[in-house]
Design a protein around this ligand. Sequence first.
Ligand SMILES: *Cc1c(COP(=O)(O)O)cnc(C)c1O
Length: 667
Amino acid sequence: MSSSAPPRFQSRIDHHRSLKEAKKLSSTHEQDPSAWTTDDAKELYMIDRWGRGYFDVGSEGKISVSPLQERGSKISILDVVEAAREQGLRTPLLIRFQDLLHHRVRTLNEAFIRAIADVKYRGVYRGVFPIKVNQLKEVVEEILEAGKTYHYGLEVGSKPELFAGLSVHTDNESLIICNGYKDENFIRTAMIGRKLGKKVLLVAEKLSEVRTITRVAREMNVEPMVGLRVRLMTEGAGKWASSGGEHAKFGLSTAEILAACNILAEAGMSASFKLLHFHIGSQVPDILIVKRAVREATRHYAKLRKMGHKIEYMDVGGGLAIDYDGSRSTFHSSMNYSVEEYARDIVHNIADICDDEKVPHPNIVSESGRAIVAHHSVLVVQAFGSIEKTPVTPIDIQAEEHKLIQTLLETRDNLTASNLAESWHDILQVKEESQKMFELGLLNLDVKARVETLYWENAEKMALLAASLSEEEAPEDVVQLRTQLADQYICNFSVFQSLLDHWALGSLFPVVPIHRLNERPAADSTLVDITCDSEGKVSKFIDLSDVRDTLPLHGLNGEEPYYLGIFLTGAYQDIMGDIHNLFGRVNEVHVFLDSDEECGYYIEETIAGNQIREVLGLTQYDTPGLIARVKAQVDGAIKQDLLKPTEGMRLLADYERGLKDQTYLSF
Ligand SMILES: *Cc1c(COP(=O)(O)O)cnc(C)c1O
């Protein structure tokens, strides 16, 4: 059909422009296609939905944080990144907003206090923070400080956590709840707390623990406080559903609870049974499940109370969710309720069952971790390059082109909505045929390169066309091309260190550029990290009704850094990360609001990330040993005249200095 000289290829830049035009036209129809405001960015990235009043976009297109929501000042995240840079800390950078922790602690406690007042509940709320969700000393201390007036306590799940908890806990009105399997040292350490006048509750996971508790308590001459974890039939939902239900790893069956009561009675310690506990798993997206679990557990409490056990506390565990995707649904990354509704439903349902059974209202304990810390930290990473499928530079078409190439050219030039599906199948066939020919040695590299280039150019044109068609008209496989065509942005971080739940569990976190939000994003992208693991990527993103495969991002402007914020990463990610590829802890700054400062805040602490020598030390390469071995090799090279002595010493000094560099890339 096109026997005359084929038109020159459009450049990648032109393609981008045309892709942008098409998207604008398909998404905003009548409106001025060039208009793009920060409100559009807020809507696109759903910032108001997951941001909950903590995150916003300023008129200059930068994301701001309001750690106290509308009551405090706003901090631009980019400003913090630049201030940290001046202090020598580059990205990847973890920023903690300590005032946000205060706000979360107050929000949770006030919600329970209000619910208790509304229902005229006759017990108090004594929340505890589960250290495992973020053990960092500054975080735990900040939370305890914020919770002082509420007698907010701690939950620990292991010996190290108990040792840490005992040291930072000072308010003897607040609780220390000990969950998890326990040995004698664990129990003895808890008794030290009892001797110091603390309300340390040992929640038994097994009958044998109850026996050990009674024996150690007698030996140490202390009155223990014992809790029992009941295994409910109600199962959680979402990714942590197996924490509950009859096959759960933890908890006592009804028969075991009665047996535990007998063990305590035989030891003369019946009065030590103070708390009934349950935990149906983390991130429970559906409030109906919370209610059902609370009602089931309260029945246990009521029946035990009627048997004469003067249990003082009902502990509803963790599970209070975070709306990571802002959809307010029962999807695993969301929740269909608020903190206030959570508190009201717990208080109301415990009261309802207790009134029905005519037993006293117990004090209420909850162990919310995720809901306290998720919002407070933001990870900022730099996207420093991209991997593109389509060619960056145009290629010349020669007069006598290979037959495969001619087919691709014709397909491209004659593409219409009505032959879209057929054209798509044509180019697929060309691609397959060229691969076969290459494997048989019948195709030269230059022809193969042209086929690939033209294939992707066709694909991009088809994806554009499909995007402009209605859902019924567009062939499904062409629509999905868009994901395949997405650029991959290379980001200076490790998913395994900083975003483990995304890799391990498919958890979703909001990812948004922290600047340039007054510019329309240019193209759909996915993110890859700098580990040499193909799993080190982010290719699932939040969406209102589903999961997105790509994220709209701006083009990279030469040397100007492009920063992405990964939000709601304060829960679990910090400590679960590992040093895959020996990428260590990232740089960290702690930010406090301060109205005396011109910018409204100050950086209270900076913590440099791991140096190369530190992560090597964790894998038995001690620094002196490393240097000694390299020195021996340098000496050998000098002896063999491969190096001059001065040069050898300079290389050794470079090696030594390099060991103090950060594990991540420096630009
Ligand atoms: C992990 C855990 C928690 C914290 O759960 P969140 O969903 O993060 O609030 C609370 N209690 C127990 C027993 C846990 O194991």
